[in-house]
Design a protein around this ligand. Structure first.
Ligand code: PHE
Length: 455
C-alpha cells in the first residue's frame, strides 16, 4: 500500500555507491574540462595547479566536509538547514538564501556553455565544425554564440533535459542517472587521454602541465585558483548541504569528501593530459582561454586519425560531465521550494526552470543582442561567472566555516562526523575542526581581500 503523502519518508540516496556517484557527479563538470585547462593555460601551468591544490586542501575540502555534515544532520534544504540547526538566530539562514541565488547565477551561464557542448555533439557528428584550420573552427564557434536564436534554443534544451531528470526524484532521477554516467565518463576520458599521449607533442604538453612558472602568480591569480577550488567541489552555495541531506546516517562524511576530491582532481589532470599534448603537437597556444574547448579541440582533433570520432566523444564527455553538475545545482532551489512551501517536485522544477530560462537568456545573449550591455565592464555571462566563483562562493564558504567552527561548536561537530560515536576518527575530526576554525577562514579572508585589491 502506498504511504500517504504527509508521512512519506524524504527521498534520498540509497546506496554508498550512489552517494559517491551523485557527489562526484556534482563535482565533475565543465569545471574540469572547460575551466581547469583554460585557467591553467592562462596562468602559468603547473604553478597555478599548485595554488589550486593548496586552496583545495585549506579551504575547498574543509568546506565540503562542513556542508555535507550540516546537511546530513538537518536533513533539510540549504536554507532550512540553518534554521533547524540554530533556531535561536534566523540570520544564519542567509547563507542558504545566498546559496539559492548563487545557484541561479551559476546555472545562468553554466547552462549556456552546456548548450554549446550539446550543440557541438551534433555539429561534430555532422562534420560541420571540423577543420584543421583554427580560423575555420573559430568562425564556426563565433557563428554559434552570435546567433541569439540558437543560443537561447540550446540553453532551453539543456534546462528541459536536466529538469526532466530532477522531476524523477533524488534516488530514481539523480542517483540512477549519475551511477550510469560516471563510469562512461571515466572510460571516454581515459581513451582520449591515451590517444593524446601517443602524439609527438606529448612531452611538451606534459612539461607545460607539470612544470611550474611562479612568475605568473599574482593576488588575482590566487583568487581565481581559490574560486576554482570552490567551483570544482561545488561548495559555498548550498549544493553540498542539499546533497548531504540525502546521505545515509552511516556514511563516513570526511572519507567520502576526500575520495570525491581526489577523483575530481584525477579527472581534471586527465583532462589536461588529453588536451595539452594535442595543443602543442599542432602548434596551438595553451593560453587560448575559454575558447580552448570549442575552437582548439575541434581543430586539434581533426588533424589526427579518427579525429572526428574523438571530437564527438569529447563533447559527449562534456555533456555527461555537465549534466551531473547541473543536476546538483538545480536541486538547491528545487529542494528548497519543495520542502519549504510543500509544492510538488514537478512544480518546483517547472518554476525553477522558467525563472532560470529568463535569467539565463541574459547570459545566452551576451555575445549577440546584449553584447554591449555591461556591468563593471563585464557582459552578463562574465559577470555571473565572476560574481559566483570569485565572490559569492568564497564568502559563502567563509560563513559556513565561521558557523561550524565558532557557532555550532566542537561537540556537535564531533558527534556529527563520528556518526554519533560509531566511527573511531578522533584525529581526523580534530584536524578538521582546527582547519575549519582557523586555517580556512583566514585563508579565504586574506585571499578574497587581496584578490579584490582591498588590502
Ligand atoms: N563542480 C561543478 C564543475 O566543476 C560546478 C558546480 C558548481 C556544481 C557549484 C555544483 C555547484 O563543473
Amino acid at each position: 500500500m502506498e504511504t500517504p503523502k504527509a508521512v512519506k519518508a524524504r527521498d534520498s540516496f540509497t546506496t554508498g555507491l550512489g552517494v559517491i556517484a551523485a557527489t562526484l557527479g556534482s563535482a565533475v563538470g565543465l569545471g574540469n574540462i572547460w575551466k581547469f585547462p583554460a585557467l591553467t593555460g592562462l596562468n602559468g601551468g603547473a604553478a597555478f595547479i599548485v595554488v589550486y591544490l593548496l586552496s583545495t586542501l585549506m579551504a575547498g575540502l574543509p568546506v565540503m566536509i562542513a556542508e555535507l555534515m550540516l546537511g546530513r544532520r538537518s536533513k533539510s534544504d540549504a536554507l532550512t538547514t540553518f534554521r533547524v540547526l540554530h533556531p535561536e538566530r534566523e540570520s544564519w539562514s542567509l547563507i542558504g538564501a545566498a546559496g539559492v541565488l548563487s545557484a541561479f547565477l551559476i546555472l545562468a551561464f553554466y547552462t549556456e556553455v552546456a548548450g554549446w557542448v550539446f550543440a557541438y555533439i551534433f555539429k561534430a557528428a555532422s562534420g560541420s565544425i571540423l577543420s584543421a584550420d583554427p580560423k575555420v573552427t573559430s568562425a564556426a564557434f563565433a557563428k554559434l554564440i552570435a546567433d541569439p536564436v540558437q543560443s537561447v534554443f540550446w540553453q532551453c534544451v539543456v534546462i528541459a533535459f536536466v529538469g526532466a531528470i530532477i522531476v524523477m526524484g533524488v534516488s530514481k532521477g539523480i542517483e540512477k542517472t549519475t551511477k550510469r554516467l560516471m563510469p562512461v565518463l571515466f572510460l571516454i576520458l581515459v581513451m582520449i587521454g591515451v590517444r593524446s599521449l601517443m602524439l609527438p607533442g606529448a612531452a611538451q604538453g606534459l612539461d607545460f602541465l607539470f612544470r611550474p612558472d611562479f612568475s605568473k602568480v599574482t593576488g588575482a591569480v590566487v583568487l581565481t585558483a581559490m574560486g576554482l577550488a570552490f567551483f570544482k567541489l561545488s561548495v559555498g552555495m548550498g549544493t553540498m548541504i542539499t546533497y548531504g541531506s540525502y546521505f545515509r546516517n552511516d556514511q563516513n562524511v570526511p572519507m567520502t569528501a576526500l575520495r570525491v576530491m581526489l577523483a575530481d582532481l584525477t579527472v581534471s589532470i586527465l583532462a589536461g593530459v588529453a588536451i595539452f599534448p594535442a595543443v602543442f603537437t599542432f602548434g596551438f597556444k595553451p593560453e587560448a582561454g575559454p575558447s580552448l574547448l570549442f575552437i582548439t579541440i575541434p581543430a586539434v582533433f581533426s588533424q589526427m586519425p579518427f579525429g572526428n570520432v574523438f571530437v564527438v566523444l569529447f563533447f559527449v564527455l562534456g555533456a555527461i560531465a555537465s549534466t551531473g553538475a547541473m543536476l546538483s545545482i538545480m536541486e538547491v532551489p528545487v529542494a528548497y521550494l519543495h520542502q519549504r512551501f510543500g509544492v510538488s517536485r514537478f512544480n518546483a522544477t517547472a518554476a525553477t526552470g522558467i525563472l532560470l530560462a529568463l535569467i539565463g537568456s541574459t547570459a545566452a545573449l551576451s555575445n549577440s543582442v546584449l553584447a554591449e550591455f555591461k556591468l563593471f565592464g563585464m557582459t552578463m555571462f562574465d559577470l555571473y561567472d565572476f560574481l559566483t566563483s570569485n565572490l559569492l562562493m568564497p564568502v559563502g564558504g567563509l560563513f559556513i566555516c565561521i558557523f561550524v567552527g565558532w557557532v555550532w561548536g566542537e561537540k556537535q561537530v564531533r558527534a556529527a562526523l563520528s556518526n554519533d560515536g560509531q566511527l573511531q576518527n578522533g584525529a581526523v575530526i580534530r584536524i578538521f575542526f582546527f582547519i575549519v576554525r582557523y586555517v580556512a577562514p583566514v585563508t579565504i579572508g586574506v585571499i578574497l581581500l587581496r584578490g579584490l585589491k582591498i588590502i
